[in-house]
Design a protein around this ligand. Structure first.
Ligand code: F1P
Length: 350
């Protein structure tokens, strides 16, 4: 049986192409929106997958534009607004992210920011007729990426791509924009090349623990990968900034643990040293990297080489179909329905 979640994962390159077209058609509008936020600090806000997207988006936004950026979960804005917006001026660019646009905390956070803090808000969503888009001043929409599935897959990568494009427009970085334009073709090629390997990873043995590691903007990707395997396959999973794993969590390593390394070139040397150490301790390891070498192949049970030719900041969404497919096939291997995860609904309303 083919589940809708699999269709949505595999459709990503086509949707990424649609996102590139949206950015090209609406370039003038986006430039106007971004002008309002010149010299403001970007604060990316979401819940669940959209929070992890915010973590990656904040990192990329600063790396590409040089502007300050942070990420937080929407509930923090509701309960501890003074820690997120410590000054009562209009020095912030709050970017609220929600596939559905109806998650209660996100909509309430947007209302709070506008009424009490009097800051203009940006809403990133897949649903134009949603509360979030109604409330926010500046809509940033990728309707093509909306999903039937409970779990978010293509909406994560497509909304992240839209934010990468905004950063490119904001900074006038045409080289970065050109890199992003290559993602749909590279995505198709990566999925075709890695699909069988992912099936092999999840069918070869039953792991009891999954760990995902990444640094900088890749930490958000690691968190999202952790959530996918948890939501779809009800498996115990954790995510860390790669080197944090040495500070305690590695006591849990054994041969029933699969550690996935989402390697960024900027952190590569130390992440590869960690990989070797974890292999020595007995973990099973999967490495996703731009390009491997003999040392990496010796320490990894599985290696996915992206060979994209793209920079760390541009390449990021190519990692995601691989970890999403891991969640999907691990669910199928356990006899679970990835379209209908236990206890979950598409939207959380309070
Ligand atoms: C966020 C979210 C999802 C999660 C769950 C409920 O939704 O937390 O990440 O998978 O099923 O909703 P949204 O605010 O992006 O619509």
């Amino acid at each position: 049986m083919q589940y809708v979640t699999l269709e949505e994962i595999l459709s990503q390159p086509t949707i990424w192409q649609a996102v590139l077209e949206i950015a090209s058609q609406q370039r003038g509008t986006f430039e106007q929106y971004l002008k309002q936020a010149a010299h403001k600090e970007a604060v990316f806000i979401g819940c669940g997958t959209s929070y992890y997207l915010a973590l990656s988006a904040a990192g990329i936004y600063t790396m590409v534009t040089g502007q300050k950026a942070r990420a937080t979960s929407a509930s923090e804005v509701l309960f501890f607004p003074e820690t997120i917006f410590p000054t009562s001026d209009q020095g912030y660019m709050p970017v609220l992210i929600s596939r559905s646009g109806t998650t209660t905390e996100v909509v309430r956070a947007a209302e709070e920011i506008q009424s009490r803090l009097e800051n203009h808000t940006y809403g990133v969503s897949c649903r134009p007729a949603s509360d979030l888009i109604r409330v926010c001043h500046y809509p940033l929409l990728v309707s093509e990426a909306d999903e039937k599935s409970v779990v978010m897959t293509r909406s994560f990568t497509s909304m992240l791509l839209l934010i990468q494009l905004l950063a490119a427009i904001r900074s006038g970085n045409t080289a970065f924009e050109e890199e992003l334009s290559r993602l749909p073709d590279l995505g198709t090629e990566t999925i075709d090349r890695c699909h069988d390997l992912v099936k092999d990873v999840t069918s070869s043995r039953q792991y009891t623990k999954f760990v995902y590691l990444g640094q900088g903007p890749y930490y958000g990707l690691a968190c999202e990968a952790m959530l996918k395997i948890k939501e779809m396959s009800l498996s115990y999973s954790e995510a860390y900034h790669s080197l944090e794993f040495r500070h305690g969590p590695m006591s849990m390593v054994d041969e029933e643990m699969l550690i996935t390394f989402l390697i960024a070139e900027q952190a590569r040397t130390e992440e590869v040293t960690l990989l070797k150490k974890m292999k020595e301790l007995g973990a099973r390891t999967l490495v996703i990297i731009e390009e491997g070498d003999a040392g990496i192949r010796r320490s990894a049970d599985y290696v996915v080489e992206l060979k994209s030719g793209l920079s760390d900041t541009a390449r990021m969404i190519l990692y995601m179909p691989i970890v999403q497919l891991m969640g999907y096939y691990n669910a199928v291997a356990k006899g679970l329905d990835p379209d209908n995860p236990k206890n979950l609904t598409q939207v959380v309303t309070l």
